[in-house]
Design a protein around this ligand. Structure first.
Ligand SMILES: [Zn+2]
Length: 271
């Protein structure tokens, strides 16, 4: 599943090809995504794209005729290709541009979405209006997290993965960040001291920033017909390593399910 770094790299990959372009037409080959693609998208013909924004894992195309919201779901991919290039299976939508290229959305599993919003969706769209702060902005601080965690019995791992608390901390990143910060994933969020959150928050930021930087090397893939910008290979200390040795203390790593998600930690290093 594309996580925040993959979506941010998608934004970086497509934005230079879209910003300043006029949409000449929108071709919908199949409406049946997670929610049906609204009929109104074809009315975006003639609209100019001012910018491509990312909010959580949503991409938002700002145009002078409204906002187009795109989510990649489980398997969605965006590419910028010449508009007459060969259409393959699961190429559900083309947003054709005055440059002669098009933004092509492919999604085999159809959990993605393409939606419209008249106003900026961050203000009033049900999918976006209640989201927590972006992890890589100044709004996400240890003080903020401490405030939100007060009195909460919820496990710290599920707490930081809650999009209402902070967006974009996916399962891999939560596992890795808690290991690096030495915090036990099941510890009650309200029982993690401010000092330990002051260690955790920069680690979350660093983990996400490193993944984005690594993905930055794949930007040209967005304009190649067979480009498959996929998961970023990263050095993982705990995720996927249940039963193996802790890289710090050699103790066997414990794997449990927490909130239905695989959770791996070191009993000795994480308290
Ligand atoms: Zn250890």
């Amino acid at each position: 599943m594309p996580e925040l770094p993959e979506v941010e790299v998608s934004r970086m990959g497509i934005a230079p090809h879209l910003e300043g372009q006029t949409i000449t037409s929108v071709v919908v080959r199949d409406r049946r995504l997670r929610w049906p693609i609204p009929e109104g998208v074809t009315a975006l013909a003639g609209a100019e794209i001012a910018r491509v924004e990312r909010r959580a894992k949503y991409l938002i195309l700002h145009t002078d005729k409204g906002y187009l919201i795109i989510h990649l779901g489980m398997s969605g991919k965006l590419r910028v290709v010449p508009k007459d290039s060969l259409v393959v299976k699961h190429d559900h939508v083309d947003i054709q541009l005055s440059s002669g290229q098009c933004l092509r959305f492919n999604d085999p599993r159809r959990f993605g979405c393409v939606l419209l919003s008249e106003q900026h969706p961050g203000l009033d769209h049900p999918l976006l209006k209640d989201l927590g702060p972006e992890p890589l902005t100044e709004a996400f601080t240890a003080g903020y997290l401490h405030q939100r965690a007060k009195g909460r019995q919820q496990a710290i791992k599920t707490f930081i993965m809650d999009n209402h608390v902070v967006v974009g901390v996916g399962n891999i990143y939560a596992n890795e960040a808690l290991f690096k910060a030495g915090i036990h994933p099941k510890r009650a969020a309200g029982k993690v001291s401010l000092a330990r959150l002051q260690r955790l928050v920069p680690i979350i930021k660093q983990t996400l920033t490193e993944a984005i930087a690594q993905g930055g090397t794949t930007l040209q893939d967005f304009t190649q017909a067979d480009g498959q910008p996929g998961y970023f290979k990263q050095h993982l200390n705990v995720y996927g390593r249940g039963g193996k040795q802790c890289m710090v203390c050699k103790q066997e790593l414990t794997e449990i399910r927490l909130g239905q998600r695989s959770t791996v930690y070191c009993k000795r290093c994480q308290r």
